[in-house]
Design a protein around this ligand. Sequence first.
Ligand code: NDP
Ligand code: 2IT
Length: 460
Amino acid sequence: MTVSSSSGRISDGIHTRVLEPLYAEVLRRNPGETEFHQAAREVLETLGPVFADRPELVDARIVERLCEPERQLIFRVPWLDDRGRTQINRGFRVEFNSALGPYKGGLRFHPSVNLGIVKFLGFEQIFKNALTGMPIGGGKGGSDFDPKNRSDNEIMRFCQSFMLELYRHLGEYTDVPAGDIGVGSREVGYLFGQYRRITNRHESGVLTGKGLNWGGAQARTEATGYGCVMFTAEMLRARGLELEGKRVSISGSGNVAIYAAEKAQQLGATVISCSDSSGYIVDDKGVDLELLKQLKEVERGRISEYVERRGPHARFVSGSSVWEVPCDVALPCATQNELDEDDAVTLVRNGVIAVAEGANMPATPEAVRVLQEAGVAFAPGKAANAGGVATSALEMQQNASRDSWTFAYTEQRLSEIMRHIHDSSHRTAERYGQPGNYVVGANIAGFEIVADAMLAQGLI
Ligand code: NDP
Ligand code: 2IT
């Protein structure tokens, strides 16, 4: 596999001389970490024009340093299930880059979690966090623990054991985790309780996504999904279009998907479908959000149950891709590589005009190419889903000043941040001769912020 040049003539030499050997080195040093390879390649192949302009970044070996995490932690997590049996999981925290601030990024609990997945997520997080303009570095963690079908007590014991190791690496000035797949307010609660007990410190800034009456921020629950739709609206506006009246299809039915659906409805769109790992539902009258929240947030049920309660205008399709549903706007909000080349071809054939990644790296590189070549507005996750971590940074800001802001004020801040990310990605793509290419714009804009901080701070 080679790094392909997506740039003009000037940077082609840089590709052969600098970026291809650099990518070969990423492959050699990180064997088997396919998702990390993919994330690194997607960034590297857009950086040629920056390196052509700024040879000092090549000389300082900024990309080599960026691709090597500052610290990687892997630990055993033993716990007892409800039947008294010993269970063993593996815990991870990859502290990738702290040039801009404390390591910041979520924890994922899912059986698929391994080092390569945590590294891809941590690597993406560096650039995403830089794009927000907030003082946060990049990190990510999690475990191969599967929370599905586990009791509250089992979840609590697992979280307590996980934190019994992780606590020594955390701190409001060091490393500040939050949620991701399989980690929501319940898990953050158990994690925070254990941290507080071990350290004897009510250090609210050590975790974000907390409950509202113990240091959490208004709008953090909603922020990733809301932010993704705000970004989509900006992207459409830049093309003289609007979200109102559009049919929106969403994958997933977790935190990001639910609040993407809510904001899309608030802006006058109709959300016609969403999914989980068992299949998807289509609701011609528009997804009933109260029912979806009750089912997913309260009962932790399956998406098929939506249809049983909603009536004949909704249907469940088992084991198929939600991207076969014709829509104007597609928001992949489930997991990595869930929207492939065939899905992209189907979406384009059905007339999609915009795709924004609520999840991290949900579209494969082949899918992104199909969408961009068809002229579809495409927003990469590091720009479109940055509203979650940005609002986490707002939560840290409130914790540091022992303050709490209203929902309306926090949402207003979120909306300004999403507009800023949109505009800086858009402007940067134009500056490098690729107008409308948000992949190039977001990668370069995020990279330059971190690279400049690293240059200024010397060889660390
Ligand atoms: P949740 O655990 O709340 O929801 C995840 C959803 O995606 C569920 O519907 C789940 O279905 C589905 N899903 C997960 N894994 C798979 C899989 N392998 N195949 C098919 N479906 C799957 O997670 P979030 O909503 O928090 O996260 C969703 C995405 O958004 C992730 O990529 C995450 O990294 C990203 N993200 C999250 C942020 C946040 O603030 N939470 C911020 C930025 C990005 P099922 O229940 O059947 O497994
Ligand atoms: O992928 C992400 O940006 C997140 N899971 C949110 C991270 C955070 O620290 O809020």
